[in-house]
Design a protein around this ligand. Structure first.
Ligand code: C2E
Ligand code: MG
Ligand code: MG
Ligand code: MG
Length: 282
């Protein structure tokens, strides 16, 4: 009987694995065609400075599939990375952002820098920096409109010429940011060895800030901001959801704020309203 039970549970286990694999395979196959079928689109999330003025946007990838509906990046980016599909997808994102920013500029809007998330897999392409350079050069805009968001783990990893590629991008005038800062196992010490301009504090830290027992988190945030400023980097807080969190971050000296409290990620047509208002006040 015990044997039978064991057998059954293995069968169950197998079935569960197979389900997950089939789902992955399905997503992979559908994702392969997503670009040519025009199913990918970008949302843009505003970032504001200490006075509340719009100072930047972050491009966030969306996949609108006719049957699956809106697929979250958390679900398809890992698959895109494992299959290498992130390389053509990443190129599409860059081209689309360049096209959109150029359009806004042609329409007479005041353009703010747009941040694009990049995967470590993209940096393993020896010509990644060159691809970025070519894409931006095809626009009439300066390189300073573009910001790239990298993750901490990328900097700790073993990409031989990461430093060269970051140097090239920085030389061109592209802004470099570290995303989700504080979630990796790194220290602030590598920051002065790499040409990084911006630190984005992960939203898991921000989320706890306005709780009563968040004394340690608050000290930690203040330390990160102070140290970051000493190293000459700008501090952005991501995932700011409440006025309380924003105030605590403000008091700690944070430079830029992003999150649902300021605005959710918006379709290009809606974020246009932010840019129009920006032209009026700036
Ligand atoms: P991320 O770059 O850290 O982006 C922030 C994520 O938090 C976004 O999720 C955003 O919609 C969400 N968010 C923003 N404000 C708030 C808030 O106040 N509260 C909460 N709970 N969430 C907030 P999203 O759009 O689902 O993207 C998830 C991740 O997928 C991104 O994390 C990024 O790592 C990756 N990703 C998105 N677009 C791209 C892309 O074009 N290329 C690559 N390689 N990765 C991308
Ligand atoms: Mg990001
Ligand atoms: Mg982030
Ligand atoms: Mg994040």
């Amino acid at each position: 009987r015990a044997k039978q039970l064991l057998h059954n549970s293995f069968q169950f286990f197998d079935a569960a694995i197979t389900d997950v694999s089939i789902e992955r395979l399905q997503i992979e196959n559908l994702l392969r065609r997503a670009i040519e079928r025009h199913e990918l689109l970008l949302y843009y999330q505003p970032k504001v400075d200490r006075t509340g003025q719009l100072v930047g946007l972050e491009a966030l990838l969306r996949w609108q599939h006719p049957e699956l509906g809106m697929v979250s990046p958390a679900r398809f980016i890992p698959i895109a990375e494992e299959t290498g599909l992130i390389v053509p997808i990443g190129r599409w994102v860059l081209r689309e952002v360049a096209r959109q920013v150029t359009q806004w500029w042609r329409d007479g809007l005041k353009v703010v820098p747009v941040a694009v998330n990049v995967s470590v897999i993209q940096f393993t392409q020896a010509d990644f920096a060159q691809t970025v350079a070519d894409t931006v050069a095809q626009t009439a805009l300066p390189f300073s409109w573009l910001e790239l968001e990298l993750t901490e783990s990328m900097l700790m990893g073993q990409i031989d010429d990461l430093r060269r590629q970051l140097g090239e991008l920085r030389q061109l005038g592209v802004t470099l940011a570290i995303d989700d800062f504080g979630t990796g196992y790194s220290s602030l010490s590598y920051l002065h060895r790499l040409p990084i301009n911006v630190l984005k504090i992960d939203r898991s830290f921000v989320a706890r800030l306005d709780q009563d027992d968040a004394g340690v988190e608050r000290s930690l945030i203040t330390t990160i901001i102070t140290l970051g400023h000493h190293l000459g980097v700008q501090i952005v807080a991501e995932g700011v959801e409440t006025a309380g969190q924003r105030q605590i971050l403000f008091d700690a000296g944070c430079d830029v704020f992003q999150g649902y409290h300021i605005s959710r990620p918006l379709p290009a047509g809606v974020v246009r309203g932010w840019l129009e208002q920006n032209a009026g006040t700036g």
